[in-house]
Design a protein around this ligand. Structure first.
Ligand code: ADP
Length: 247
């Protein structure tokens, strides 16, 4: 098996230490809800529009409104320019973000409607899907939509033989030839502390998996504090749903 090649993080961060985080809501005044969430060099902006009547009509659900998430990276969000427009990766991330967020947003009071969530990444240094979900959850709360609870998300993983929290792009791309690095985005609910979404790219043993999920839980607790603080900064300003039909 050989020595562990990743005993110290190149950034000098502790193994369970997240990158510096900042969050702010109401960053797009024309939207029904909006937020920015940053972790290190990764930035995510989320904008919410709706609920509004869903067209075409055959896609409507008479029992509930539906959530529709659109994730995209801006062309110059990474060093090599990314071709604009949707691709398989962005469609997958849109879908998983939609699943994770749908588990906490209650749109049963808005039948036949859609709530659109646009997640954009102006600057990427890994962890964009989790940063995007953090921003989107805040933007939905800012829009005043009924939420059973909040969600907070973090990427955890394994680099060579070491378990780590919040991998950046450099760490994400380490050791692809050896045991590789393992990337596990985790979305946790705030009250129930349940996993709303977990993906796994790479290999990990079951006992390490349990340990790293515990590390994710703890990090999500810290992220929740950042999200809640940002929401409190504007609470009182926007507590009600600002819409319900085609405005
Ligand atoms: P996440 O951003 O959620 O960690 P991935 O694991 O797919 O998602 O991507 C990791 C990182 O790789 C991204 O955050 C970004 O920094 C970089 N990346 C993703 N797609 C591209 C691309 N097409 N070109 C260059 N870098 C990319």
């Amino acid at each position: 098996m050989g020595d562990n090649l990743y005993k110290e993080r190149y950034s000098k961060r502790g193994m369970t230490e997240v990158r510096p985080m900042t969050a702010k809501v109401g960053v797009v005044p024309s939207a029904d809800g909006s937020a920015i969430f940053e972790t290190g060099k990764t930035k995510a902006i989320a904008v919410v529009r709706g609920p509004r009547t869903l067209h075409p009509q055959h896609m409507q659900n008479a029992r509930t409104g539906i959530l529709r998430v659109n994730y995209g990276m801006m062309p110059f969000s990474v060093e090599d320019r990314i071709r604009p427009g949707p691709n398989r990766r962005s469609e997958e991330i849109s879908k998983v973000a939609e699943w994770a967020l749908s588990s906490v947003v209650d749109l049963s009071g808005f039948p036949n409607t859609v709530v659109d969530v646009f997640i954009q990444i102006p600057q990427a240094d890994a962890g964009t899907r989790v940063a995007g979900i953090n921003a989107a959850a805040m933007a939905l709360a800012h829009a005043g939509l009924p939420m059973k609870e909040m969600v907070s998300a973090i990427g955890v993983g394994k680099i060579d033989k070491t378990l780590v929290v919040d991998l950046d792009k450099y760490e994400d791309s380490l050791f692809h030839d050896g045991e590789g690095s393992t990337d596990i985005p985790v979305v946790m609910t705030s009250r129930g502390k349940e996993i709303a979404l977990l993906q796994l790219d790479g290999k990990i043993s079951f006992s390490e998996f349990r340990e790293v999920v515990e590390m994710a839980k703890k990090a999500c607790g810290d992220i929740l504090k950042v999200q809640t603080r940002a929401l409190h900064e504007v609470s009182g300003d926007r507590l009600q749903v600002t819409g319900g039909d085609d405005e």
